[in-house]
Design a protein around this ligand. Structure first.
Ligand code: UDP
Length: 483
């Protein structure tokens, strides 16, 4: 409430991909737990997933609601029922064609969103970075628009410096490294690691979207970032003080579930029960299991999955492997496993076909490492749980996140992927995967990496507690919205 007794009402509008929806819904919970009224805006097919996620907040007296907007999938040339990028990538053969169409469909949501703004008269609109038109929509109703960014400050600084200072830089080939001179540390990148919009051969639709995003951010009230100060202080300071951007680090948002005991219910319905998963983990020694998961969008083909299986077998490590596979070729369900793999592995491996309860798994003491595609949500969840990583970036901001993990925080070892290739990723041989797994799980430096990761996990928890940096930032943001 403000001094006049008015309860601040905040609209929270996540982009319809699990990697965006999960942290944005957590953010809505955070606002609601601070006494604000939070309304989550989504589409009909995504609404049930979100309502499951917020179910356990019901008894806590928090004011959190969901409103839906019809999604024009068919009008935008998408298969019927495609309302989440998860379902788009499984129809798409690794090209970004359907994702572009999906993004086009989201622009058609501006008008219905404005009708809802008219009806509900909220005090603020928090919308995903991929909805650049949301700044104008909020402006029509005289309310602030906040941009939600599910990435780290390290990647924000890098991207911004590339945009501002580097485009003219001449490099002789796409794979020749260039060093960013304007960000703290010596960040080496190649053009092949940049998001498409910044490459010289970029697609015009995509580069248009990128420039709209930048423009809408500059006009917005500011940016909320799912990160915390202590994990990347130099980059938070650089972004705010040197680049002069208004930004609030309010993460790790996944910690909002502490006390709600909701670790297993995030995003999709898990393909394994909480009990079965915990029973398996409880039977293992501390730090003995590697967890493998590539987020909600990356689907590998059978030959890549076979390489992963071979690496796991050769590494002799116990594992939990969440497998999402390319849906093109499903005649033989199990053609992606080497012959007799599961029988040979017996109790040493748990394969989850589909959606894993990731935070529940990462938080368990049996987990000693995480093989990840470096989506920021996954990286931050691993940091929060104090777990070192085997890094396997695929596309988008993954390469920057990998650099933060391995070169700045020193809590990860890469499998050696050097450039992004599209949703299916680059083919990586089992030997490279096995070497990186062994380094993170059992090499001489494993214990030191684990110690550093644990310390960061403790810092994350302190940040969200009363008096911590995130707690302070969230208070500061709410105060600014009140005035
Ligand atoms: N996730 C999960 N189970 C899975 C796959 C993903 O809970 O089997 C969650 C994960 O905890 C994270 C999100 O989905 O919160 C993935 O976000 P991230 O940014 O890591 O990657 P993206 O899916 O956007 O590529």
């Amino acid at each position: 409430m403000d001094s006049s007794g008015h309860q601040l009402h905040i609209f929270v509008f996540p982009y319809m991909a699990h990697g965006h929806m999960i942290p944005t819904v957590d953010l809505a919970k955070l606002f609601a737990l601070r006494g604000l009224k939070a309304t989550i805006i989504t589409t009909p097919l995504n609404a049930p997933l979100i309502s499951k996620t917020i179910q356990r907040t019901k008894g806590l007296g928090v004011d959190i609601d969901i409103r839906t907007l019809k999604f024009p999938s068919v009008e935008a040339g998408l298969p019927e029922g495609c309302e989440n990028v998860d379902s788009v990538t499984s129809h798409d053969n690794g090209s970004f064609e359907l994702i572009f169409r999906f993004n086009k469909a989201t622009t058609m949501l501006q008008e219905p969103l404005e009708m809802l703004l008219q009806e509900c008269q909220p005090d603020c609109l928090v919308a995903d970075l991929l909805f650049p038109w949301a700044t104008d929509a909020a402006a029509k109703f005289g309310i602030p628009r906040l941009v939600f960014k599910g990435t780290c400050f390290f990647s924000l600084c890098t991207l911004e410096c590339i945009r501002l200072y580097e485009p003219q830089k001449k490099v002789s080939s796409d794979s020749e490294p260039f060093v960013l001179t304007n960000v703290p540390g010596e960040i080496k990148l190649t053009r092949k690691q940049l998001p498409d919009g910044l490459r010289q051969d970029f697609d015009t639709d995509y580069s248009k979207l990128m420039s709209e995003i930048v423009e809408s951010e500059l006009k917005s009230f500011g940016i909320v970032v799912n990160s915390f100060y202590e994990v990347e202080p130099a980059y938070v300071d650089y972004y705010r003080k040197v680049l002069g951007r208004r930004a609030w680090p309010i993460g790790p948002v996944s910690l909002c579930n502490r006390g709600i005991e909701d670790k297993a219910q995030r995003g999709n319905e898990a393909s394994i029960s909480e009990n079965e998963c915990l029973k398996w983990l409880d039977s293992k020694k501390p730090n003995s299991v590697i967890y493998i998961c590539f987020g909600s969008m990356v689907n590998f083909n059978a030959s890549q999955l076979i390489e992963i299986a071979r690496a796991l077998e050769a590494s002799k490590q116990e594992f939990i492997w969440a497998v999402r596979r390319d849906k093109k070729n499903q005649e033989d369900e199990e053609d992606w496993l080497p012959k007799g793999f599961e029988e040979r592995m017996g109790g040493t491996g748990l394969i989850i076909r589909g959606w894993a309860p990731q935070v529940l798994i990462l938080d368990h003491e049996a987990i000693g490492g995480f093989l990840t595609h470096c989506g920021w949500g996954s990286v931050l969840e691993a940091i929060t749980s104090g777990k070192p990583m085997v890094t396997w970036p695929v596309f988008a901001d993954h390469f920057y996140n990998e650099k933060l993990v391995s070169e700045v925080l020193h809590i990860g070892v890469g499998v050696g992927v050097k450039e992004w290739v599209a949703v299916h990723g680059e083919h990586v041989k089992s030997e490279a995967i096995e070497t990186a797994i062994t380094e993170v799980m059992v090499s001489g430096q494993a214990e030191e990496m684990r110690r550093r990761a644990r310390k960061l996990g403790e810092m994350a928890r302190k940040a969200v507690e009363e008096g911590g940096s995130t707690y302070f930032n969230l208070n500061d943001l709410v105060e600014e919205l009140r005035t």
